[in-house]
Design a protein around this ligand. Structure first.
Ligand code: COA
Length: 391
């Protein structure tokens, strides 16, 4: 089936209908897992309490050599492999994260450089645990509007770095990881059908990580009662109630926008925060909890990474078939929440004979990326020297 050339709608001809399809997916986790029992050696809690209240048994924690960008990069490489496209074909890279490498440069720009995706724009998106659905919606809209043809959308987090490890009401919940998808334009109907994005800033204080510009952190520096810089605070009970309400509501709203009934949804891939939130949402919607993908037990809450990781595992476990309707639903800090309905189906038939060649070309490009990056830095340094000698 035909896919589009880049900017095909810019030539004055009437634009053909374009659809945005997920054609690649990947995930990455840190090397080391931390069980509930290990957690209980340094914070007052136990496996029984954590599992009963959340459904979590363990989470992965990044070691010093791992970061949000390295996890994002690994997930991205896998997604490009599955999509069988070259990084140079990408038009856009978006990383949804609350634990960016820097305030700037963006984590997305680091990934762009490491991949050698030299024709791609790159930026980070901040919408907490809803970030991946926001980012996917934004990229899908750009594809459908004709301004881009392919996008890499990543959710990546190192939550372990912004947790207060003495606060048992938050540190037990979160983990690190990354998931990525490749979105591509196609004439084949389907893919991203509809989304609902929402925010309620009045609830911003219920779940927060103050950063450098924060008035709250300034109060803390001045010795007041402000929250700690770069440490998460959460009003667990209120967040719980908010989440159970918006998961069911937004699934209903997005389904209506997509022109399907809630009962038509084959699989819900929700943000993995708490099993009890998912159970409550399933009850409210009147759908079987078996239709909710859950991997909380293994990874905990990986914030913006949780939906792409769960999606990746659902695909690999063959829980998603062609023409299935999938609901991605996220909720979290902001407050934000978002739901997207996708009609699944790979628009481009696989070409196994070209894959080996493309794999080699991708590996060459990753090597080139390192040299290109180094030589650019080196050139800039030389230019600076020459300039200073002239001055
Ligand atoms: N281990 C053992 N006991 C703990 C504990 C822990 N890790 N954390 C809290 N407790 C204790 C409390 O101190 C309290 O004790 P008390 O009754 O003696 O005062 C008791 O357990 C109940 O605490 P409570 O906060 O009411 O528990 P809960 O059932 O609301 O569960 C959360 C707490 C955090 C698991 C739950 O509120 C939650 O999951 N909220 C949503 C959080 C979330 O998903 N955030 C991310 C959204 S993206």
């Amino acid at each position: 089936m035909a896919t589009f050339e880049r900017n095909d709608s810019a030539n004055g001809a009437p634009a053909a209908a374009r659809y945005a399809h997920i054609v690649g997916w990947g995930m990455a986790l840190p090397e080391t897992a931390m069980s509930n029992d290990e957690l209980s050696t340094f914070v007052e809690t136990d496996d029984e309490w954590i599992f009963a209240r959340t459904g979590i048994r363990q989470r992965y924690i990044a070691h010093e050599g791992e970061s949000t960008a390295t996890l994002a990069y690994r997930a991205a490489q896998q997604a490009l492999e599955v999509a069988d496209i070259l990084p140079t074909e990408l038009d856009l890279i978006v990383v949804a994260t609350s634990t960016a490498e820097n305030i700037f440069p963006s984590t997305a720009s680091l990934v762009q450089d490491w991949l050698n995706a030299h024709d791609a724009g790159a930026f980070d998106l901040s919408a907490a645990c809803s970030g991946f659905v926001y980012a996917l919606n934004m990229a899908a809209d750009s594809i459908r509007a004709g301004s881009i043809t392919s996008a890499l959308v990543i959710g990546a987090e190192t939550m372990s770095r912004i947790l207060d490890w003495q606060d048992r009401s938050t540190c037990i919940l979160f983990g690190d990881g990354a998931g990525a998808v490749v979105l591509k334009a196609s004439a084949a109907p389907g893919g991203v059908l509809a989304s609902v994005l929402r925010s309620d800033g009045a609830g911003g204080d219920l779940l927060a990580i103050p950063s450098v510009g924060s008035i709250d952190a300034a109060a803390s520096r001045a010795g007041g009662n402000g929250n700690k810089l770069y440490k998460m605070t959460m009003a667990g009970g209120e967040v719980f109630r908010f989440a159970t309400r918006v998961v069911s509501e937004s699934i209903e709203q997005a389904s209506a926008r997509a022109g399907i009934a809630v009962s038509d949804i084959d699989l819900v891939v929700p943000h993995q925060a708490n099993l009890r939130i998912l159970q409550a949402a399933a009850r409210k919607l009147g759908i079987d909890i078996k239709k909710f993908m859950s991997n909380l037990e293994k990874y905990g809450n990986t914030s913006a990474a949780s939906i792409p990781i769960a999606l990746c595992e659902a695909i690999e476990a063959k829980r998603i078939q062609d023409d299935d309707h999938i609901a991605l639903v996220g909720f979290g800090g902001g407050l934000t929440w978002a739901c997207m309905i996708i009609r699944w189906g790979l628009p481009i038939p696989r070409k196994p004979q070209s894959s080996l060649l493309n794999r080699q070309r991708r590996h060459v490009q990753y090597r080139i990326a390192k040299w290109r990056s180094r030589s650019r830095r080196w050139r800039r340094r030389v230019n600076r020297r020459v300039q200073s000698m002239r001055d």
